[in-house]
Ligand binder design. Structure first.
Ligand code: HEM
Length: 401
């Protein structure tokens, strides 16, 4: 009941044009028995942040060295790269401690995740870009944080940078010395720490914030569910063959990723069943529209439907609706295109069945799905401008204005 009333409050807020309606916090009830730590305790992850890198980030901002660090970081890309010169000693010392896998990381499972992601890349891509990417705009805290941070002013670049994380995690060399993921995750953790220092100084962000600072452990887990738990459910729903070992490898890669992002073991789900239960507590009941999120969605969808990609607005909007359902898409005001809706409903399952080898018939609109996958990949991977990935950099200020 509490969840439904929170949604109603948010929807009413949107109708009234209120950007962000704070609601009374609900008691956290998920036991850490279902976590990697396995201890039976109830600690609220929304009250836990990441003190050590937050302190480092505060010093970087106070010392005015963010641009210098971004320059130094350019040569720090591969997991095996030495930490770059040109950074303050306190940043180097911090990174020396965290730029490694945790003792509980399972090398065999991580190697299995590389093979799994290679096999399923295009499905994950659909789920992450058109599904999770747009879902992030109806996660109120995330939408507001993204909108009011520096990157919110240039969503094309911001989406490309964020995509770097998924691309590096889903790469077939993610965890190897030549892979990038451990570095990208460490950079991302520090970006979040800088944001935790910057956003509380933004009057526009704080006007509607319901936390002293953004991006708690709970918020990171919520995003994890909107990406990974959601993708896991989609693959099963679409009838993709997944062995138990592949499912475990997928979860394990994310468990290590969450650790690298600063989430405590007592909050990281131990199994997919635990993850699904946790998502019921922290993701699905907490979605809703905000002025900021609706604006971000419009911008993101605008890039995807731009003429150069050749994807019709109706097709893209209905594909998003197919993935996310009516409620979220109605919040975002996506217009209906019934013909495209009918086509996607019939032909996406046929397309998946053809690709999975369970049907010999390539559907009439199969080329549209191919084109959508290729076009969106190009857009996000190279930001539409260059042939390389967009490196993750630390912001030095909030969104202007
Ligand atoms: C930045 C990934 C959770 C807010 C980033 C970046 C990545 C990333 C790769 C750096 C690239 C960029 O600047 O866009 C992730 C992942 C998450 C997560 C994998 C969880 C699994 C969150 C949450 C919030 C958030 C929960 C807010 C509630 C931000 C903001 C930035 C950022 C505001 C900075 C954008 C800027 O430069 O202005 N995130 N994020 N993130 N993230 Fe996250």
């Amino acid at each position: 009941m509490g969840n439904i009333s929170r949604r109603r409050v948010l929807s009413l807020g949107a109708v009234l044009g209120l950007a962000g309606v704070a609601s009374a916090p609900e008691a956290w009830a998920w036991s850490s028995r279902g976590s990697l730590a396995g201890t039976d305790a109830v600690t609220d992850p929304f009250q836990v942040w990441d003190p050590e890198p937050d302190e480092v980030a505060a010093r970087l901002l106070a010392d005015g060295v963010i641009p210098a660090v971004n320059t130094a970081w350019r040569s720090w890309v591969d997991n095996a790269d030495p930490l770059p010169a040109g950074m303050p000693g306190y940043l180097t010392s911090y990174l020396q401690q965290v730029n490694r896998l945790p003792s509980w990381a399972d090398a065999t499972a991580l190697a299995a995740s590389e093979r799994y992601y290679k096999r399923l890349a295009s499905y994950l891509f659909v789920s992450q870009s058109l599904g999770s990417g747009i879902m992030s705009t109806v996660i109120p805290r995330e939408a507001r944080a993204v909108y009011w941070s520096a990157g919110g002013a240039d969503m094309k670049e911001r989406a490309a940078k964020t995509f770097t994380f998924g691309y590096d995690l889903n790469s077939e060399t993610a965890w190897q010395p030549t892979g990038h993921f451990v570095v990208t995750a460490n950079k991302t953790r520090l970006v979040h720490s800088v944001v935790r220092n910057l956003l509380p100084t933004s009057p526009r962000f704080m006007e509607t914030s319901d936390q002293p600072k953004p991006i708690s452990n709970g918020d990171i887990l919520r995003t994890f569910h909107s990406v990974a738990t959601y993708a896991h459910s989609n693959l099963l729903k679409w009838g993709i063959r997944l062995s138990a070992a592949e499912q475990e490898a997928d979860l394990h890669a994310w468990q290590v990723a969450l650790h690298l992002l600063g989430v405590r073991r007592e909050f990281i789900p131990a199994t997919w069943a635990d993850a699904l239960t946790q998502a019921e507590h922290m993701l699905w009941p907490n979605l809703g529209p905000t002025t900021e999120g609706t604006s971000l969605a419009e911008t993101l969808l605008g890039y995807i439907t731009q003429p150069t990609l050749g994807l019709a607005t109706g097709f893209v909007h209905e594909f998003v609706r197919y993935l996310l359902g009516d409620e979220m898409c109605d919040w975002l005001g996506l217009r209906r295109d019934w013909a495209q809706a009918a086509l996607i409903k019939v032909e996406w399952p046929l397309y998946v069945a053809f690709r999975e080898g369970t049907s010999g018939v390539f559907p009439g609109s199969g080329y549209l799905f191919d084109q959508a996958l290729r076009g969106i990949a190009m857009l996000y991977l190279n930001n539409g401008t260059s042939a390389t990935q967009t490196p993750v950099t630390l912001p030095a200020a909030n969104r202007p204005g």
